[in-house]
Design a protein around this ligand. Structure first.
Ligand code: FO1
Length: 319
């Protein structure tokens, strides 16, 4: 039984996991989920990246959005707006609200986020073990300058309300330094046969998970192959606005630059899309094995091929 650990963010990570499950149906997959996107709204704790993985693998995701539930209605959202209670820019549906209510009441009863996530996954049966990176509160904030005034805003406000339309001057996972890996995270990494970095946002998703003290070190010291798949294809993010946050950390929006950003101390292998085959030499020069394969997750079969290529590369570099 191959044990695979995947550091996942939201949409890209969740879609990759669907292909990984198809490529390695017998594998024992543990997902370490990003919680830096979490936001507290209307007295509830919303965990977008955990929910996207849970809903996508559990069959409840709104497929074209990649977040939120299918067959959604927005009665509660309308009523909140009628009371003048904001924010209105974050689209929480009625079905989705139930997840946040259950999560919030369990947290209020004293259960840690990891136990809450396990309980929620009991319903959804995602077919992987989903563990938040930490039970401690970490929330990514983005420093921006608006009308000449510098301020830090919540990542969701930057991402959803502003659509990343202004430059991110800095991206700060608030609370990361004090956060501890959630129970099971370090154990899963230590017992893993392979660790995968899916095409999630390298700054606000995988980067945030690596910012929790102990996680980066555990992966680097685990002595098992670590293979990543580039979220940047042809110098642009496949989806989302990763280029905006990459710029904030001084990383150019290219497949090679992201591999160098993770570094050979962490990455053993890196898959780039065929359009970026010219990047292979530069990545290999950085001490990271590199191959160019199709990386567009157009359907589960295509994604399964990517996952297979990543697992094959892991065996090539194992040594
Ligand atoms: N993304 C949007 O672009 N617009 C929204 O209104 C929105 C609402 C939302 C509600 C719940 C949830 O779990 C995710 C939601 N997202 C929305 C996506 C979210 O901003 C991203 O999935 C992650 O934070 C980035 O990976």
């Amino acid at each position: 039984m191959q044990r695979i650990v995947v550091l996942a963010g939201g949409i890209g990570g969740a879609r990759f996991l669907r292909g990984l499950k198809a490529a390695a149906p017998q594998a024992d997959i543990t997902v370490i989920g990003n919680t830096g996107d979490d936001i507290h709204l209307f007295g509830l704790k919303v965990c977008p990246d955990l929910d996207t993985v849970m809903y996508t693998l559990g069959g409840g995701i709104n497929e074209e959005q990649g977040w939120g539930r299918t067959d959604e209605t927005f009665k509660v959202k309308e009523e909140l707006a009628a009371y003048g209670v904001g924010p209105e820019w974050f689209g929480l549906g009625d079905r989705d609200f139930a997840t946040h209510i259950v999560r919030s009441q369990m947290l209020a009863a004293g259960y840690p986020l990891s136990a809450v996530t396990e309980a929620l996954c009991d319903r959804w049966q995602p077919g992987v073990r989903l563990i938040p990176m930490s039970d401690d509160r970490v929330e990514t904030h983005v420093a921006v300058e608006i009308d000449g005034e510098q301020k830090a805003i919540h990542f969701q406000e930057y991402w959803v309300r502003l659509r990343a339309s202004v430059d991110a001057l800095a991206v700060v996972p608030v609370g990361a330094e004090q956060a501890k890996p959630a129970p099971g995270v370090l154990e899963a990494i230590a017992e893993a046969d392979v660790v995968l970095f899916p095409p999630s946002n390298p700054v606000v998703s995988v980067g945030t998970i690596l910012a929790v003290p102990g996680i980066r070190e555990a992966i680097a010291e685990a002595g098992v192959p670590v293979v990543g798949l580039s979220p940047i294809v042809g110098d642009a993010p496949v989806r989302g606005m990763a280029d905006k946050v990459l710029a904030a950390v001084g990383v150019e929006s290219s497949a090679a630059a992201v591999a160098e950003h993770y570094g050979s101390g962490l990455l053993d292998g890196w898959l780039v899309d065929t359009v970026d085959k010219g990047a292979v030499e530069r990545v290999e020069a950085a001490g990271i094995r590199c191959r160019a394969v199709p990386l567009m997750m157009t359907d589960v079969a295509a994604t399964a091929e990517m996952a297979r290529a990543a697992l094959e590369m892991a065996e090539e570099v194992r040594g």
